[in-house]
Design a binder for this molecule. Structure first.
Ligand code: SIN
Length: 477
């Protein structure tokens, strides 16, 4: 791997900053230590906020064209170094190398997209009611943005937040997840090489996550918080951000229903389910979580699904063709095993898997559970592991009500050929995203985000930049 991308220090005001205290980052596959990273304190966060605030004075005055050019150079460097970045991502996060490479390119696609959107931050001229005044609409960057990112997509979530922020003219302080700071620091190194000016991007790795979160939310200089992570932490950050009336974008937990209707093509539904469920070994917010299958095709569905799941290959993410890899940490493993146990104790049946791998210590065998019901913990919580929980159903009203009977509202999926039903699902599923006959929703051109307790704001697409812009109205007589 290219050692120049393995950075262990904080990146503040264009400088690599060491501290007395460090923390270890380990490889989830074998728990081997791969780096000792600067453990930033609240003082470092404050330095980063000051740097971002100073840099904002000039960055916010650059032209869209200049910002676009910087973003394109960053994108080019990321693509040039995609293999190295992917390897780094796999060793710190665990996901299969091909998936890691896909994440790098997925992240880069947001940078390219927002480099182009920077050129389309248009104001407006509105008709005045009395014809005597001119009503101008200006779009201005909100200011310094605090960005807090998760461990499941350590590169793409940074790209998806930082790119629109920079395109809008904002500067950022990033607090990456302490499990996966290396991808964030590598991204900062490439931003540095791309010539993005000092202070525009700052990265403060730290194990003191809540202290850094508090530093960002309590600073009057930080005008917006963008967070991807658990609903519980999101609620805390929102409450803190209220003190300074900071804007927030919250991408929080999901609990996606995946509904297979009686007219579905079974093979394509299984293909979509496998793609959705086993991406990142089940550790995504948009993963299919509750799989509702119509009773008329339930038996056939579970037979074909069971065969496919049994064929999945397990191992080290660096090994070619591996599909299921280690979960992020022991806490994640314990949670998944607890959910399987609680479900089986309450009447669910294990069709495939159901236990930790005997060969690989941090991997859970891909699992299929049948006879799950909506009251089991596994149906009420985000699983975040390679477990398919199957729930039979008999009619449309019942399944739509069950799908909506939850506080989350991020992604949802349905397989059916019926046009009327498709229209009804799009109207009635209480989710920010609805996938019809597909298990893959995410791309840079589409607005990613949720409703209800899955959060607010949208990332990606033409809508994704508006969260980083304030509207100023000028009335001229
Ligand atoms: C997530 O799970 O947090 C993001 C997944 C995606 O961008 O597709």
């Amino acid at each position: 791997m290219n050692k120049e991308l393995l950075k262990e220090q904080a990146y503040i005001n264009g400088q690599w900053i060491a501290a007395d205290t460090t923390f270890e980052v380990d490889n989830p596959f074998d728990n081997g230590v791969i780096a000792s990273v600067t453990d930033c304190t609240v003082e470092h966060a404050q330095q980063a906020i000051n740097a971002a605030s100073d840099a904002f004075k000039t960055w916010s005055k650059t032209t869209s064209k200049e910002r676009s050019k910087f973003l394109l150079s960053w994108n080019d460097l990321i693509i040039e170094h995609a293999d190295d970045l992917a390897e780094l991502l796999t060793i710190e996060q665990g996901k299969p190398l091909q998936e890691a490479k896909n994440e790098i390119l997925y992240g880069a696609s947001y940078i390219k997209w927002f480099a182009e959107e920077a050129l389309r931050i248009n104001g407006d001229l509105l008709p005045s009611p009395d014809g005597e005044k001119q009503i101008q609409i200006h779009k201005l960057p909100v200011g310094v943005v605090g960005i807090i990112t998760p461990w499941n997509f350590p590169q793409a979530m940074i790209a998806r937040k930082v790119a629109p922020a920079l395109a809008a003219g904002c500067t950022v302080v990033i607090k990456p997840a302490s499990e996966t700071p290396l991808s964030a620091l590598a991204m900062a190194e490439l931003a540095d090489q791309a010539g993005i000016p000092a202070g525009v991007i700052n990265v403060v790795p730290s194990t003191a996550s809540s202290d850094i979160g508090k530093a960002l939310t309590s600073s009057p200089v930080v005008r917006k918080i963008s967070f991807t992570g658990s609903t519980a932490v999101g609620k805390t950050l929102m409450a803190q951000a209220a003190d300074n009336v900071q804007k927030v974008t919250m991408e929080l937990g999901g609990n996606a229903p995946f509904i297979v209707f009686d007219d579905a093509n079974i093979d394509s539904a299984i293909e979509g389910l496998m793609a959705s469920k086993f991406r990142n070994s089940g550790q995504t917010c948009v993963c299919a979580n509750r799989i509702f299958v119509h009773e008329t095709l339930y038996e056939e569905f579970i037979k074909r699904l069971g065969n496919k799941v049994s064929e999945l290959t397990l191992g080290n993410g660096l090994t070619e063709d591996v599909q299921i890899t280690a979960l992020i940490n022991q806490k994640g493993i314990d949670k998944v095993l607890r959910l399987i146990d609680q479900a089986t104790e309450s009447g669910a049946e294990i069709l495939v898997g159901g236990s930790p791998s005997k060969e690989f210590k941090n991997i859970i065998n891909p699992t299929v559970l049948s006879k799950v019901n909506k009251d089991m913990d596994i149906a009420c919580e985000e699983i975040f592991g390679p477990v398919i929980a199957l729930i039979p159903f008999s009619d449309d009203d019942e399944v739509i009500a069950a799908a909506n009977n939850i506080s989350a509202g991020l992604a949802s999926y349905a397989y059916t050929e019926d046009r009327h039903r498709i229209n009804r699902l799009i109207q009635e599923l209480e989710y920010g995203m609805v996938g019809i006959n597909t298990g893959k929703l995410s791309n840079e051109t589409a607005p990613f985000g949720g409703v209800k307790e899955s959060g607010m704001g949208r990332e990606g697409s033409k809508y994704g930049i508006s969260d980083y812009l304030d509207i100023k109205y000028a009335c001229i007589k």
